[in-house]
Design a protein around this ligand. Structure first.
Ligand SMILES: *Cc1c(COP(=O)(O)O)cnc(C)c1O
Length: 458
């Protein structure tokens, strides 16, 4: 008998989770104004809202916490993290920040001015928020294949080089402070960018004299997909692939809450000292002194250890296989899901799932609420609510894809939990024709509205 796949870890500490009844959940979600962010976590049985900061740290990470150096300046923890970043990414300079969006805030304060253009593959919501907050524009140059959930393409995170070059050649260089490549591309479905594409973007940016920064939250998962799917990389280690990826960038922003498996933390990596110096001023102003920037010494230690664990092949195989396990169960039943499966989540195509709901009634949000009512599973909308209104016209932006994301936390749930999630969603699928009404907004914030929006049944 062929030996089956099994996780590359065993469990040393557990946390209880509670079941609830359908009646409970109908009441709770209404009290939460049909916004899943408003639910307290004890009302959720399986929480797939995000994989951000929700991972389980290892015994080695917890022991690193005890070794943290909390000196204000020059802490050994700062240097431990510096060495890990240099070792894994190759960047000589770095600034610690309290999380990924803080890294964006600091870097963009140094680089982006009003009216600038920032091309890239689909920008992450906080990235776009920080660009638009500065009255600059995020230009999406992702390949068209990314927007069709049924097309099988190994690197749906890739940039369309023609779209990118059109932006670069039709605008003055001074107006484009940087290109941002998001690896993996979260907003288009956790889809990877190929090494070939990263290299081509580098060559084009050199031709036009523009810098490239990677938004790197899931860089290790990107490297895993390159190893598995791209010709010439099967025999390279994840760390070799990661090194090559970053060799094509001038710097990186990092939300360490993802692939570095910590609950809080982030940083900016820089190739050259001038960029580091420019950003340092803002780091001191917004985050903290240069050698801690919003993080405790113990957290920098855990992050340094997490960078090594997150780039181990066995860990990545365990994680990405679990995501695919959920995807395959749903796909086999006929539930419309983004394919090939992404690294950190399964994306359900809500337009195909609920064809009776008009786009003005928040299709993916409707599906996420139904799944919660069905099984106490919390997913998240990646659709019209997330897309926000156009900052100039105030009109709702309707993205091509209405997705419900089921995000798998790292090293947290077993495959029994995954079976439960699949069963709950399949139950909703079986009764999909009876779901004919969505939601309307009763209250919203001017930017990043999805976090706090209030909704009412139509
Ligand atoms: C999570 C994430 C961010 C923002 O990081 P936070 O730590 O949540 O502030 C930015 N970009 C990408 C691609 C992310 O996944």
């Amino acid at each position: 008998m062929e030996l089956p796949f099994a996780e590359s870890f065993k469990i040393k500490m557990v946390e209880s989770i509670k079941r609830s009844t359908r009646q409970n959940r109908i009441k709770w979600i209404e009290e939460a104004k049909n916004n899943l962010f408003n639910l307290s976590s004890d009302k959720v049985f399986i929480d797939l809202l995000t994989d951000s900061g929700t991972g389980a740290m290892s015994d080695k990470q917890w022991s690193e916490m005890m070794l943290g150096d909390e000196s204000y300046a020059g802490a050994s923890s700062f240097f431990k993290l510096k060495n890990a970043i240099k070792d894994i990414t190759g960047f000589d300079y770095y600034l610690p920040t309290h999380q990924g969006r803080a890294a964006e805030n600091v870097l963009f304060s140094a680089k982006i001015k009003e009216g600038n253009l920032v091309p890239g593959n689909t920008h992450f919501d906080t990235t776009k928020g920080h660009i638009e907050f500065r009255k600059a524009y995020a230009i999406d140059c992702t390949i068209d294949e990314a927007f069709d959930t049924a097309i099988d393409h190994p690197f749906k995170g890739n940039l369309d080089l023609i779209k990118l070059e059109n932006v670069l050649k039709s605008n003055p260089k001074e107006n484009i402070p940087l290109i941002i490549v998001t690896i993996t591309c979260n907003s288009s479905g956790g889809q990877p960018v190929s090494m070939e594409n990263l290299k081509a973007v580098r060559q084009m940016s050199d031709k036009y004299g523009i810098q490239v920064f990677f938004d790197s939250a899931r860089f290790a998962e990107n490297a895993y997909f390159i190893k598995i799917r791209e010709k010439g990389y099967a025999h390279k280690s994840i760390r070799e692939i990661v090194k090559e990826m970053f060799s094509y960038a001038d710097g990186m922003t990092m939300s360490a809450k993802k692939d570095a498996i910590v609950n809080m933390g982030g940083f900016i990596g820089f190739r050259n000292k001038d960029d580091y110096d420019d950003a340092s001023v803002f780091n001191i102003m917004f985050e903290g002194y240069l050698s801690y920037g919003g993080m405790s010494g113990r957290d920098m230690n855990a992050l340094a250890q997490g960078l090594y664990e997150g780039t181990e092949f066995d860990y990545l195989e365990t994680r990405i296989s679990q995501v695919a396990y959920l995807g395959q169960k749903l796909k086999d039943y006929g539930v419309p899901v983004q394919y090939p499966f992404g690294g950190h989540a399964i994306f359900v195509d809500a337009k195909k799932f609920l064809p009776n709901i008009p786009k003005e009634e928040y299709i993916a949000q409707t599906l996420a609420v139904e799944l919660y009512i069905e099984g106490g599973v919390r997913g998240v909308e990646i659709g019209t609510l997330l897309a926000d209104r156009d900052p100039e016209t105030g009109i709702n932006r309707y993205p091509e894809l209405e997705l419900m994301r089921l995000t798998i936390p790292r090293r947290v749930y077993t495959n029994n939990h995954i079976d439960y999630v699949a069963a709950a969603l399949i139950n909703v699928y079986d009764r999909r024709n009876g779901i004919t009404k969505g939601f309307k907004i009763t209250k919203e914030a001017p930017i990043l509205r999805h976090f706090t929006v209030s909704l009412e049944r139509v």
